[in-house]
Design a protein around this ligand. Structure first.
Ligand code: ADP
Ligand code: MG
Length: 236
């Protein structure tokens, strides 16, 4: 069988934009076979943490480890080849390429040689019908989010990072997305999900971390953490 996926770890991460501290000492594990969620208000540093893990922002202090290996200084494309897949909060498909070609790019970027990886990803996201030959330009947001996820999956990631995967999706699409992400976790992939939709987080996550002002201020299973959050935010 497949070897177990490695744990992705943030160890005492700090990040700055000029003089502004966006991450102020974050410790986090993304273990295999689990959905780890990050919630918190706008500006909390969720996307910055995501970028530090994916390799698109260089932390000012601290480490990123993949299966115990220090990858802090590796570029994003090198991390992709080591099995860290990601999608983007702002959709980043190639508009002139077809759906299938966009997904093929994901396999190539990750240097995946398995010729079945692209077809499996298309099928898992329901993109193996006629839409596979459509140019990405002009497709609805829900379809483009599926293209993005399929592109990440074509790279056969062991750890998958998703920044607001439900943004712009309708209820039926969120249900379908939930089913796919649960199947990936059940298969042993480690998932990190940054998400505004707390109902989705409650349904999906094994562990939730609450971020505020660059720090993790609460962690635990969704039941207890989200109840605490709701109690804190609603006036007594
Ligand atoms: P979140 O994803 O939780 O909304 P971000 O990580 O995007 O938070 O942002 C954290 C803080 O860092 C915010 O105050 C934001 O304004 C600031 N920030 C984010 N990106 C940049 C940037 N490129 N330059 C300067 N400040 C930034
Ligand atoms: Mg963000």
């Amino acid at each position: 069988g497949t070897p177990p996926s490695p744990t992705l770890t943030a160890r005492h991460l700090h990040a700055r934009y000029g003089g502004f501290t966006a991450l102020d000492g974050v410790d986090l594990d993304v273990p295999p076979g689990e959905v780890t969620a990050i919630v918190g208000p706008n500006g909390a540093g969720k996307s910055t943490l995501f970028h530090c893990l994916a390799g698109t922002h260089r932390p000012s202090r601290g480490q990123v480890l993949l299966g115990g290996r220090d990858v802090t200084r590796l570029a994003a494309h090198a991390r992709t080849r080591l099995g860290i897949g990601r999608t983007f909060q702002q959709l980043a498909v190639f508009p002139s390429l077809t759906v299938a070609e966009n997904v093929q790019v994901g396999a190539e970027q990750a240097r995946v040689r398995d010729p079945g990886a692209v077809e499996r990803a298309l099928r898992l996201l329901g993109l193996d019908g006629p839409v596979r030959a459509s140019p990405a330009a002009g497709l609805p947001t829900g379809t483009l989010r599926r293209v993005e996820l399929a592109r990440a999956l074509a790279g056969s990631p062991r750890v998958l990072l998703l920044d607001e995967p439900a943004a712009g999706l309708d209820t039926a699409e969120v249900t379908a997305l939930t089913r796919v992400l649960k199947a990936l976790a059940a298969d042993g992939t480690g998932l990190l999900v940054v998400e505004h939709d707390l109902d989705l987080v409650a349904d999906l996550a094994d562990v939730v971390h609450v971020m505020t002002a660059g720090r993790i201020v609460a962690s635990g299973p969704p039941g207890s953490v989200l109840d605490t959050l709701a109690a804190r935010e609603s006036p007594a």
